[in-house]
Design a protein around this ligand. Structure first.
Ligand SMILES: *Cc1c(COP(=O)(O)O)cnc(C)c1O
Length: 360
């Protein structure tokens, strides 16, 4: 039985990439050793790093105005790095709140800088909704605008990008990077933990507009300093080399199947299939307003929550694993990142329908 893994992160990786990694696990590029056993400063690894960055630049169409950094510390590392690097004495960091992760970023930011939080949630009658970007009341004076375009736990995605005349736009794309076409030029700093759409945990990526690196910010650990990481080609200290290697393989694979454009079409088809099924069912429910439903994370609830455990146990027997919702919101959640094939969605829907019929 094929197992489909709906885990929110660390998430499934493309099987083709896993197979290739297995084949070259103990003998990479005929060196007689694994990629994880060689120096990050050796010529073969430097070539891997160069090609990895070039591949990501092609995939996301990243211009020379930006540095691409490969770092440690996951998404949360950047929750701290953003205020530390971008702080200004006379302007607050503005944090848009639309779910659990963006609120986490606010909380971390408050440790280091003056913060102005703007809650855009407008929940009504049990529907989770957010104000559209055009209606956000952004202050004139801001050191930066931080927001989270895909709230992994809440299943809320923002498809428009905010604009500000002076403040840089910072986006936590941990759970939707590379999932659909985005214009990097609309942003000033994009960051993401790798373990959802890029590779294994341990690696994070930051795409930083070069002019931002001139900010003085606050005293900070060197490993969270974007300017130092840029100067040192992301090798100020020993990077997570194996995770970097796997990320490079995922990028190569993505390019081979038609890049982000093809991925976006695939992801939209997957999400539409699942949301349409949930909406058509009187047994299941998705509570997110349609204009802001995530393409990556689909939370859903059984109307009869007493069946939750039975649902999860039987799903597992059908090879459909990690469907339990986050403990903060309950219910179920299907994370359907880039690597989830459409067959996984079809298998999930078939099981959901069977379960509904047996329990209605
Ligand atoms: C998973 C996630 C994080 C946290 O990432 P870590 O690597 O665990 O620190 C932050 N933001 C978003 C949107 C996420 O999905």
């Amino acid at each position: 039985m094929r197992v489909y893994n709906f885990c929110a992160g660390p998430a499934m990786l493309p099987p083709a990439v896993m197979k290739k990694a297995q084949q070259e696990f103990i003998n990479w590029q005929n060196l007689g050793v694994s990629v994880m056993e060689i120096s990050h400063r050796s010529a073969p690894f430097l070539e891997l790093a160069r090609e990895c960055e070039a591949s990501l630049r092609r995939l996301m169409n990243i211009s020379d105005e930006f540095e691409v950094l490969f770092m440690h510390g996951g998404g949360r590392g950047h929750f701290a790095a953003v205020p530390l690097n971008l702080h200004q004495d006379d302007a607050p960091g503005v944090y848009i709140e639309n779910g659990i992760w963006s609120c986490g970023a606010t909380k971390e930011g408050q440790k280091f800088t003056q913060v102005e939080a703007i809650d855009i949630r407008r929940d009504q009658d049990g529907v989770f909704d957010v104000l559209p970007v055009s209606q956000w009341a952004l202050p004139d004076n801001a050191a930066y605008i931080h927001y989270c375009p895909n709230e992994t736990i809440d299943g809320i995605e923002l498809f428009d990008v905010p604009k500000h005349p002076t403040a840089p736009i910072v986006a936590d794309m941990s759970s939707n990077i590379l999932s659909r076409e985005m214009n990097v030029d609309d942003f000033d700093l994009i960051y993401a933990g790798a373990q959802k759409n890029i590779g294994p945990s341990g690696l994070s990526i930051a795409i930083v507009r070069k002019t931002l690196l001139e900010r003085k910010g606050l005293p900070r650990p060197a490993i969270l300093d974007y300017a130092i990481e840029a100067q040192q080609q992301s090798m100020y200290n020993t990077p997570p080399t194996f995770a970097w290697y796997l990320a490079a393989e995922v990028f190569k694979y993505l390019e081979s199947i038609g890049g982000v454009k093809a991925m976006e079409a695939h992801n939209k088809e997957k999400a539409a299939l699942l949301y349409d099924y949930i909406d058509s069912s009187s047994f299941y429910l998705n509570k997110v307003a349609k204009h802001c439903r995530s393409l990556m994370n689909v939370p859903f609830w059984l109307h009869d929550e007493s069946l939750n455990e039975q649902f999860l146990a039987q799903a597992q027997e059908h090879g459909l694993i990690a469907l339990e919702g986050h403990r903060f919101v309950g219910g179920m959640r299907a994370s359907i990142y880039n690597a989830m094939p459409i067959e996984g969605i079809k298998a999930l829907i078939a099981f959901m329908e069977k379960f509904a019929q047996e329990n209605s």
